[in-house]
Structures are given as structure tokens and as C-alpha cells.
Design a protein around this ligand. Structure first.
Ligand SMILES: C[S@@+](CC[C@H](N)C(=O)[O-])C[C@H]1O[C@@H](n2cnc3c(N)ncnc32)[C@H](O)[C@@H]1O
Length: 263
């Protein structure tokens, strides 16, 4: 997706409330372990799509690429080589990397058009027999109902607001029959179905501070994609070969697999 002002401020806000964001939005130790096990066999030279701090030192030779200066700032203290650039317009020479990886990176671009552009490029810039691994927020093959997700939260059946937010967003994409959704639309639907945040906080057990992180979505032009794994495979299989699907044990981890591919 092309960077624009309100997309930029969306990710600026994301950067500033990083400490309030937990699993499944932020990769936990289990996820980092899965990336490490999957990618170490490929070699040292890796390209990280984004600036996820937990992944920036996976090996001693990581280049991170992100189009948002505020997000890049998060890595300033680390030794990682950081490039400010668009994943959809990368100009690395052929076979530049042993592996490429990202945490929720595919979900930050539009399905399927931008997936096609990125995966085609990955097949070129990663050396032959190199690897790719992505943690993907994959909507369940059997979609949930939006109201049922809110009902479950209001009855204390969902452990964290972030797990709720992803289930809510995934249910909305299923309802709209479109894997892509503007985060502003997620916000609007939430406001409509949850008019009283204090009551929702009491019922759900989520803190108001966690619930209020959704305000970052108001008025944003950012589009997220939540395809199912089958939909993701419909694109990846054209360019790279799937090797393994693993997931952690945290809440909603079944919808956050780390998928590894041979390039
Ligand atoms: C990796 S993704 C997903 C969230 C992730 N779990 C994290 O670490 O914040 C978020 C990052 O992608 C970046 N981004 C989104 N679309 C991009 C694009 N087309 N090119 C470069 N960076 C992009 C945003 O600036 C943001 O820093």
C-alpha cells in the first residue's frame, strides 16, 4: 500500500502505544523461537519486512525495511541495518538474501494484488533454495459471526482485547466477503456494537486502556487484510513452496501461524 498521511499517523500511533500492545499483535517468545528454528538453516543474511523489534536481531546480518520513519525509530538503539522504503517497490539485486521474514507484514498490504507483487519479488531477491517465513493473521476457514464475537467478549469468554479485536476484524471481513478492511471500518463497527466502553470493560475484564487502543483506527486510511490460509496459499503457491505451518499456544495462536516456505 502506498504511504499517505493518515496511513503514516496510524503507524505512528501504533509505535507510540507499542507497550500497550500484547500477543497476538506483538510476537511473543514462542513466535521468535518458531522464526529462529525455521530460518536459521537458510544462513545469516535476512530481510525483515517491517521493524518488529523482537525479530530485528534474529541473526547478526538483518536488513529491515519499513516505510514509516516513526516505526523505524523503534530500532534506532539496535544494530540492524534499516532502510526506509516500500515493500512493493524494492530494488534489491537478484538473490540478495538467504531469507525474508515478517510479522503480520502480509496483513498490512491488500489481498490479493499486493500479495502477488510482493511474493513475486521475494522469489527473485531471495537466493535459490533460500527461505521465507511469515506470521500471518489468518482468518478462520469457518467464519465467526461479528455479534457472536462481541457476545463472547461481553460474557468474559475472550482473554485479551487484542485477541477480541482480531476476531472481530476477521468476522467483519467474512461478513463483507472481502479479505481487506479499512481499520476505520473496524472502529465504526466497534463503536456501533459497543456503545458503552466502561460497561464492556466490566463485562469482558479488558482494561479501558487496552480497549482505548482501538481509537488509533478512527479516521485512518490504513487497510488490513485477513485472508484465510487457503486464500493466502492461492497466491503463495504460484511463487514459493510451503514447507511448514506452526503456531504457538497463546490465545488465538491458531489464527496466527508462522508459515515457512522454500524459495
Ligand atoms: C510488520 S507490520 C504488522 C505489525 C507487526 N506485528 C509489528 O511489528 O508492528 C507493521 C509495519 O509495516 C509497515 N508497512 C506497512 N505497509 C508497508 C509497505 N507497503 N512498505 C513498507 N512498510 C510497510 C508499517 O509502517 C509498520 O511499521
Amino acid at each position: 500500500m502506498k504511504e499517505n498521511h493518515s496511513n503514516k499517523s496510524h503507524w505512528n500511533n501504533h509505535a507510540s502505544q507499542w507497550s500497550l500492545i500484547g500477543s497476538p499483535l506483538r510476537p511473543c517468545n514462542e513466535d521468535v523461537q518458531m522464526f529462529t528454528c525455521a530460518l536459521i538453516p537458510a544462513g545469516e543474511k535476512g530481510l525483515l519486512l517491517g521493524v518488529t523489534p523482537e525479530l530485528a536481531n534474529l541473526t547478526s546480518d538483518i536488513t529491515a525495511i519499513d516505510n514509516n520513519p516513526a516505526m523505524i525509530e523503534k530500532l534506532r538503539a539496535q544494530k540492524t541495518n534499516v532502510i526506509c522504503g516500500d515493500w512493493l517497490e524494492m530494488s534489491f539485486p537478484l538473490a540478495s538474501f538467504d531469507f525474508v521474514f515478517g510479522d503480520g507484514s502480509l496483513n498490512a498490504i491488500s489481498y490479493p494484488e499486493q500479495y502477488e507483487i510482493l511474493l513475486k519479488d521475494i522469489a527473485k531477491i531471495v537466493k535459490k533454495n533460500g527461505l521465507a517465513a511469515f506470521r500471518i493473521y489468518a482468518a478462520p476457514e469457518k467464519a465467526e459471526n461479528v455479534e457472536a464475537v462481541v457476545y463472547a467478549a461481553a460474557h468474559g469468554k475472550i482473554g485479551s482485547f487484542h485477541a477480541f479485536k482480531w476476531r472481530f476484524a476477521m468476522a467483519l471481513t467474512a461478513k463483507n466477503n472481502n479479505a481487506n478492511i479499512k481499520v476505520a471500518a473496524i472502529y465504526r463497527e466497534f463503536q456501533e456494537l459497543v456503545p458503552d466502553r466502561e460497561l464492556f470493560a466490566q463485562q469482558s475484564g479488558f482494561s479501558l486502556a487496552a480497549i482505548n487502543t482501538i481509537d488509533v483506527y478512527a479516521g485512518s486510511d490504513t487497510v488490513y487484510s485477513f485472508p484465510t490460509l487457503s486464500q493466502v496459499r492461492a497466491v503463495t503457491e504460484k511463487y514459493i513452496t510451503e514447507l511448514a505451518v506452526t503456531h504457538g499456544s497463546y490465545e488465538l495462536s491458531e489464527c496466527c501461524p508462522v508459515v515457512t516456505f522454500r524459495v
